[in-house]
Design a protein around this ligand. Sequence first.
Ligand code: NI
Length: 285
Amino acid sequence: MRHSIASFFSRSTGLALCAVLSLSLSSCASLFGGDKTKQEPVKTVSNTKYRTPTPRGPVPRNPDLNLPSNFNTTELTHTKGRPDQNYIAITFDDGPHATLTPRLLDMLRARNIKATFYLVGQNAQLYPNIVRRTVAEGHEVGNHSWSHKLLTKLSDDQLREDMTKTQNAIAAAAGVRPRTMRPPYGALTQHQRSLVYQEFGYPTILWSVDPLDWKRPGTGAVQARILAGTGNGAIILAHDIHAGTVDAMPATIDALLRRGYKFVTVSQLLAMKGAGNPAAPAPGQ
Ligand code: NI
């Protein structure tokens, strides 16, 4: 009994002391014997529910650009557009994604931005409604292979089959045919680039800005890398299957708009390439 009373007083004193010292009750309980079990160290779990807050008020808006998208290029490979004009293309690979792509589309629509989506055929077949919406909202869709295999390993016939199957899935979903392709991992032999150009009319589109967003470096790194790498004529590579990439987009795109860049689709960027191209608007326009 004495022991209990002593224990009671010591605990009460301890709790009061804790209150004074503003310590949490749980740490006090363990300090003064209230909790005999040893506390496990608190593990910090990643907050996967976090979303970049939607900006309040007006967001910067890409100008209305009624530019031609019929390109006339004989170059097999493109990594960027004209260096003398402030037009850029942002591209999103590997989708559609069930939830992230619609979220990205909302954000692009709010800013009047037309992007280019390099779709994986089997994902297009899985989410035809999202492909339809992407096209209906003025974005371009390109061929990114059926299942994201390394295409350099394929025979010519396998490559034809892969491109055809993907093109058909996109056409079935949205009624349009891709005009360009991007090989997974950027890997396609010169012979294959020639094949897809001659048989499908696809120039091979690579990129000039790669934020390595697929490594999930965090929204800040994705944003900083894109802003550091973007100049006139940039083709920016990103992936709409990673939440961090989509979360990075509002701030990234708003910063690019404030720097005066105008967003166009890849086909529009190609159409204005080449000094002799009559479709190319004069610099500065
Ligand atoms: Ni890819």
